[in-house]
Design a protein around this ligand. Structure first.
Ligand SMILES: [Fe+2]
Ligand SMILES: [Fe+2]
Length: 137
């Protein structure tokens, strides 16, 4: 189970809510695999990818709105995750029949969420905090 402990929070409601929603799907995937119901991954992963892409778009729009100077770099980072997501979809499609695919999917998805999605956002946590103080975010 992944849990968004305080060090993984942005302290910005809409972003934290979307990160939590992604974590919820990751936990459903982990539960499905551990509960011998890995066939469910085939539908859960596309849901995760869709929610992740929607989140990236929302987050980028917010960063543009508040004038975050490194927005291009973060957009590029989000785009760079597409290949990884494609691979995870492939693993998810095989998860029902293949132990290796299940193990890889569970491990990669958890790291993907915590390292590639949430931790990289900490780069602009302080910037958002400042903007929120002045009512700009
Ligand atoms: Fe994010
Ligand atoms: Fe992000």
């Amino acid at each position: 189970m992944v849990e968004l402990t305080p060090s993984f929070l942005m302290d910005y409601e809409s972003l934290d809510k979307e990160h939590q929603a992604l974590a919820d799907i990751v936990n459903l995937v982990v539960e499905a695999i551990d509960g011998d119901d890995a066939g469910k991954c085939k539908t859960l992963l596309p849901e995760f990818v869709k929610a992740a892409k929607r989140h990236f778009a929302n987050e980028e729009a917010l960063l543009v709105k508040i004038g975050y100077p490194n927005v291009k770099k973060h957009q590029k980072h989000h785009r760079s995750l597409n290949t990884k997501m494609d691979h995870m979809i492939e693993f998810a499609n095989m998860a029902g029949e293949n132990q290796l695919a299940r193990d890889s999917l569970r491990r990669e998805l958890v790291f993907f969420l915590m390292d590639d999605i949430i931790t990289t956002d900490m780069d602009f946590k302080a910037f958002i905090e400042e903007k929120a103080k002045t009512g700009e975010a």
